[in-house]
Design a protein around this ligand. Sequence first.
Ligand code: NIG
Ligand code: FE
Length: 399
Amino acid sequence: MSSTLITNIGVLVTPERELTDAALISNDGLIAWFGSAKDAPAADDAIDAGGRCVIPGFVDTHSHLMFAGDRSAEFEARMAGQKYAAGGIRSTVAATRAASDDALLAHASRLIAEMSAQGTTTVEIKSGYGLTAFDESRALRLAQTLTGETTYLGAHVVPSEYADDVAGYVELVTGPMLDAVAPYAKWIDVFCETGAFDTDQARAILLAGIQRGLGARMHAAQLGESAGVQLAVELGAASVDHCTFLSNADVDALADGDTVATLLPGVEFSTRQPYPSARRLLDAGATVALATDCNPGSSFTSSMPFCIAVAVRDMGMTPAEALHAATAGGAAALRRSDIGTIALGARADLVILDAPSYIHLAYRPGVPLIHDVLVGGVSIRPPLRAVLLDDRAAPPVDE
Ligand code: NIG
Ligand code: FE
């Protein structure tokens, strides 16, 4: 048993209230006690939070980290007015198939390092740039070394070699490819959108996964309203992601059902689309999560603080709602109660912000505000180097 006391917490953000002058004890990776600093029991080790704000680690439930290649030119063209289309995925598929296992894993690990430096303590990783039984299972086998939250997305887009046989590709995704990935995947996902898969295909794909014991998730309503949203709710998907274009009936279905609406502000930012209204979903009573959708095409950000800032600025969320969506909302989208919250027995996955309040996550956009990250009670703070931005010796002054 090893316990750590985090003391001198200026504000501790718990689901019920914000505790000031607080302390927290983690024991064997779980939150064992929190309360007023003056009442804190002793522990084996101590971390001084220096009066900073402590929040749960971010739960990023939507990422496509298993890829190779670069699509910055596509982004540049979009910023010059070109529209985003699902087809760009195929160029990443070619680069990903050509990459070695080591290269794929090293690249994904680098992105995870970016994420954790920005406060993410749980990440979901999808396949979807392999699109053969071999390449999808390879991506998920590698992803499983990085996270337990792995998602099979063989139904990302129809690969070029099946362009004339979409039905044949759906058979592959629901048959031999599913067999190959099943040992490595927890979830199944489908991109239900014009240019990808229609609702009949999406239903068949998710049902095949559910029958194999995988949990269902869906990409829908990214480019326009879609029957996919209500299909996801009907099938009991844990989450339907994007939700950029929703009808009133979609919002009602999300509010009544058990499916989380996961919003991905990085996508609207990077594709110049209108932002979805989180306010409308929250007012209706839906559960909302925020995630990065880190991928080379539609949203190449790994930053949950960036998503929070945009959600507050442009999607009608209060800072508290955005923080909740990025932590407990994400946990709900993974159907987990052990993460995304500061509660007794939850994992001690915590962020010490270099700020007096979580409001600074939106108030100070683009600023690195992560002082330390604790994963299972263990600090992963990188050694800090105190260097001046220009640390060269000043040139001698001529007398
Ligand atoms: O979530 N929408 C589908 N998949 C990704 C985009 C993938 C890509 O463009 O490479 C997304 O936005
Ligand atoms: Fe995605």
